[in-house]
Design a protein around this ligand. Sequence first.
Ligand SMILES: C[S@@+](CC[C@H](N)C(=O)[O-])C[C@H]1O[C@@H](n2cnc3c(N)ncnc32)[C@H](O)[C@@H]1O
Length: 295
Amino acid sequence: MHKNNIEVYTLIKSEVQKLRRVGIETANLDCRLLLSKSLNTNKTLYNHEFINITENEINNFKNLIEKRLSGKPVSRIINKRNFWKNEFKLNEETLDPRSDSETLIDTVLTHFTDKLQSLKILDLGSGSGCLGLSLLDEYQNSTVSFLDTSQKSLEIVKINSFNFGLSDRSKLIHLDWRNENWDIKLFEIENETKFDILISNPPYIPTFDIQNLQKEVKEYDPFVALNGGKDGLEAYKLIIPKLRNIIKKNGKIFFEIGKGQENFVSSEAMEHGLFPIEYKKDLSGVIRVIVFIFK
Ligand SMILES: C[S@@+](CC[C@H](N)C(=O)[O-])C[C@H]1O[C@@H](n2cnc3c(N)ncnc32)[C@H](O)[C@@H]1O
């Protein structure tokens, strides 16, 4: 098939302008990512490089631009997102990982400085596996159990863990923390061994607020990954009372929280014998992660 040899910028210029006109600030980057997708490559494309491209591939690129113009995020069109040090595959049942959640990885690293220690970690509500797999990458002798109510998201964890060479140290667990005895079931699955670390970024948006979120979030992130119930705090209320049954006495608990939720989550945790030892802010200065130990 005939290939045109053309400069990337010449090819994408009019599409960049279309995206800019509808207010997409990352128009140039989005176009280059979508062009890579239509060329079926993972390579970063630069504005001033020349590429060989067929008419079919150009049409395919224009179709992807139409999807972007309709409000679909690039990460959902290409089904991947960079997080921490890796590129994670996504599907329609995984949350699109947020860079704010990298605060949680940072925090764990400051609490567990020996990278060679063998830690047993639980990633509760694992989505794409971005949190647990990033920690497995950092701690070479550790294991992570990924727990989620979405079977389809666990399938993506399986693929990501395989792609990163981490499947031997990953365990997938399909459970729902709304079930009365989920902690007992988990303890059984883990051969009655408790965890050293809990990491969790549970859904924490109040149900009513979801309709007011940006289109890219409310229409493309799964409801189950966003919905924190009436006050946004339902998951914490269900998880916290069970922690003593699944986390070691000297273990540490790392919760991601939504803006302004620190007082509630702390007092709920203190009622159940936990003590907050750190409040960590994200890059925007919002308290994003709380670290708890048992009193
Ligand atoms: C906010 S997302 C976080 C995903 C991922 N850890 C991240 O940081 O990108 C919350 C996750 O919790 C899962 N989840 C929601 N309700 C759950 C429940 N009742 N039991 C188990 N997992 C649940 C969702 O499927 C989703 O993957």
